[in-house]
Design a protein around this ligand. Structure first.
Ligand SMILES: [Fe+2]
Length: 346
């Protein structure tokens, strides 16, 4: 097995490959280094079988989509990942076969709702869930410190103590650690209760990453920042959120809202389907089309809908900015709608 970190930077990208079968996977590629990855693959005569993002990154542009377009290789992420370019949606416990080795998917939410770790033989890629002598932040992009504590203590810390830990970031020049070392001395987790961890993480008081919207929005929508005016975080935070049950309840009333599905056409008719009567305007076309097409709904309730409820929050904030005062979001998107057992059409 070839195992290599490719960036030599704070932000880590891993190449894992079967040398004998000439098959590879790249985990967490960074957009401005895609050409370097192609060079490494070509030099070793490796066919790229899979591209994985361990989660939706907020601090840098992911190279997954670009690498996928250049190589024809599918992108895999957890099923909670909001981005439309993800071809393989992963579940906890799923096994990915790359040549003659296997990666086991561990669902480790908390840093984000779509965070996974990848376990292979003697090592685990922990994304930004567990870092070396640290943990990833859980205070934005849907993070949840309690969930993160559970992911670390119930999942990652139950792996053998000598399992090597390779995180997606390191700011202090570490290369790897072990599960045993982190269990014993990780300053955020070791000896701390769940409550104490949540208290600590909710009061870190760090500023938001610089340019968070410029990285996060294109990563989760696949739309370039130059193509659309993305809302600010304050605008996103003021979007009213309705659960799928609340949306379903309103559909049966005289004041039924307009359901606005903002996914790509292929998703609307795809695996998750759509809600009967939902009108499709993909997010990338919304700023241009909304003023004319949605004019009759200016004073009516509009519920924006997407896969995971992330892109649609952006859509609702854009609508609010265009003067649609009653635009809100369906929390958890079609994933939660379907999980609630509510009906869909295709
Ligand atoms: Fe991250």
């Amino acid at each position: 097995m070839i195992f290599r970190e490719l960036n030599n930077a704070k932000c880590k990208t891993y190449l894992i490959a079967s040398e004998s079968m000439e098959r590879a996977v790249i985990v967490d590629p960074v957009k401005d280094r895609v050409e370097r990855y192609l060079g490494v693959l070509a030099y070793h005569r490796l066919k790229l079988d899979l591209i994985v993002d361990t989660h939706t990154h907020a601090d840098h542009r992911s190279g997954a989509h670009e690498l996928s377009e250049l190589t024809g290789t599918p992108v895999a992420m957890h099923r909670r990942a909001p981005a439309p370019h993800v071809r393989m949606h992963l579940e906890d416990g799923q096994r990915l076969i790359i040549g003659d080795f296997e990666l086991k998917v561990l669902y480790t939410p908390g840093h984000t709702p779509d965070s996974i770790s990848l376990y292979a033989e003697d090592r685990v890629l922990t994304g930004d869930c567990l870092l070396i002598h640290g943990t990833g932040r859980a205070d934005f992009a849907g993070g949840d410190a309690g969930e993160q504590y559970d992911s670390i203590t119930d999942k990652l810390f139950t792996l053998p103590d000598d399992t090597m830990v390779y995180p997606a970031h390191d700011y202090r020049g570490h290369v790897h650690s072990t599960v045993g070392e982190e269990k014993g001395s990780n300053p955020r987790v070791a000896g701390r209760s769940r409550e104490a961890y949540v208290e600590l993480m909710n009061n870190l008081g760090f500023p938001l990453p610089e340019g968070i919207q410029e990285a996060l929005q294109p990563n989760q929508t696949e739309i370039e920042a130059a193509a659309i005016q993305f809302p600010t975080l304050a605008q996103l935070n003021s979007v009213r959120q309705l659960s799928p049950a609340e949306v379903a309840e309103r559909l049966g009333t005289a004041a039924a809202p307009l359901l606005l599905d903002v996914r790509e056409p292929g998703e609307y008719t795809g695996e998750l389907g759509h809600i009967a009567g939902a009108r499709l305007i993909p997010l990338r076309e919304l700023p241009e089309r909304a003023p004319a097409e949605l004019a009759p709904f200016k004073d009516k309730d509009i519920v924006a809908i997407c896969r995971a409820g992330v892109r649609s929050t952006t859509a609702a904030a854009i609508l609010a900015g265009l003067g649609f005062d009653h635009a809100c979001n369906m929390k958890g998107g079609m994933l939660d709608w379907k999980e609630a057992g509510l009906p869909v059409e295709r």
